[in-house]
Design a protein around this ligand. Sequence first.
Ligand SMILES: Cc1cc2nc3c(=O)[nH]c(=O)nc-3n(C[C@H](O)[C@H](O)[C@H](O)COP(=O)(O)OP(=O)(O)OC[C@H]3O[C@@H](n4cnc5c(N)ncnc54)[C@H](O)[C@@H]3O)c2cc1C
Length: 461
Amino acid sequence: LSRIDEAIRRELRMAVGDAPILDRVPSHYLRDETEARGLNGEADAVALPATAEEAQTIVAWCYGHDVPIIPRGGGTGFSGGAVPIGGGVVLSTERLRAVRSFDPLLWRMNVEAGRTTAEVRQLARESGLLFPPDPGGGEQSQIGGNIATNAGGPHAFKYGVTGHWITGLEVIVAPGELISLGGAQRKDVAGYDLISLLVGSEGTLGLITAAWLRLMPAPASSAPVVAFYTEIDSGCEAIERVLGYGIPVAALEYLDPTTVELATAGFRADAPPGSFMVIAEVDGSAEEVVYRREELIGALQEDALSIYAPLEGAEIAALWQWREGVSLVVQAVRGGKVSEDIAVPVDRLGQAIKRTLEIGQIFGLRACSWGHAGDGNLHSTFMIDPASSEDVQAATEAARALFAVAIDLGGTVSGEHGVGLVKGGQLARQWQPAGLRLHERVKHALDPKGLFNPGKKLARP
Ligand SMILES: Cc1cc2nc3c(=O)[nH]c(=O)nc-3n(C[C@H](O)[C@H](O)[C@H](O)COP(=O)(O)OP(=O)(O)OC[C@H]3O[C@@H](n4cnc5c(N)ncnc54)[C@H](O)[C@@H]3O)c2cc1C
């Protein structure tokens, strides 16, 4: 590979200048969060453009020379989407950081793709506004990556996933054209909904360089209620009760008993051993939160072993910080994990949780799950030693069995992390042949040479 690398780097420099092209390929550009399951890629070059025009020149050069382009944000993805396979140019957006405009009084922001999720949320918050999408890993994940995966998060239950908050995109599409779709206007039905097509496209249709974000006034107050149950079934019944009572919760999360046991150390209150945990949160004006919180406690306390309902801001922040760290705590148990993000209709959640545990038993792996209960979205996880090829193999087979369960229960193989590399071909389980063909025709129409993130998001095995 090395002589090809050098030639590609030299020619790219002639096209775009020295600055954006790194001298070598640092190893962290070859992986994402799937490293914990042993995934590492290879690339010919890493490009870090500082402007959309530089990015355009790089894409045009690559497209003209049949060199694959692998868009990369913060590298926090769980599906290997940003991992380059078999060479090409990793095009990282980390230097595309400008806030092109911010109009707090009009609730909108135009920001380049490389700003982190946390920075955008903080900037909005300083003006009393909220950018609701809150995927974990927000200190590192970028707005471009959030859009490309249509990321969710705990509060997506009430506010919707990332795509819901996008009114415009700037994108570089084949063979190297910089185009704008939508903009600051909040409504636009003039064309086909190309924004939605790009949202969730995982770098396979183009490179997102900037986005117009819709913001909303931040709720004045919020109050979480945590409840523990003896059984998965009673916990899931409580979740359905919250919905059935019509309580407009912002977040509705669960942790199964194994996850509670593993993650309990940093939790501020007592977690009854072996219990199933539900975390729900209401938000709104201070008055609304007072009575909604009472309703929520009423719905959750039936059958509950105990309830924890913090009111202090610091305690609430600590709860969500703890929740964000669950993934890493579970990973630390054996050094690695294969964690899939299936989603099922909410009334099938209990079955999906139990079947995750059964699959773990069948394949000899410790399993657990947690996730966004209101959206029926599980993080079904098999703990592995990443150095053990038997573990990796068993977990890969367990994940396949899990995808079959998701379909069997009327759900999807991916609720929020995307297909990337690790779920390549699994969509074929879910869709009919005509739907798969249409999917492939869309890819071909936008990327006729198949150079944008090759090998990712494939619909068929
Ligand atoms: C601790 C932790 C918790 C998480 N919790 C959640 C959660 O609650 N909900 C959730 O949905 N996800 C979650 N994730 C997964 C991950 O954070 C999201 O998928 C995130 O949106 C990925 O953003 P990124 O910038 O890191 O993208 P990357 O990992 O760099 O890339 C992801 C995909 O997007 C493509 N891409 C990246 N940038 C661009 C661009 N500018 N243009 C075109 N394509 C691009 C890449 O090619 C790749 O296919 C979590 C991750 C971690 C580590």
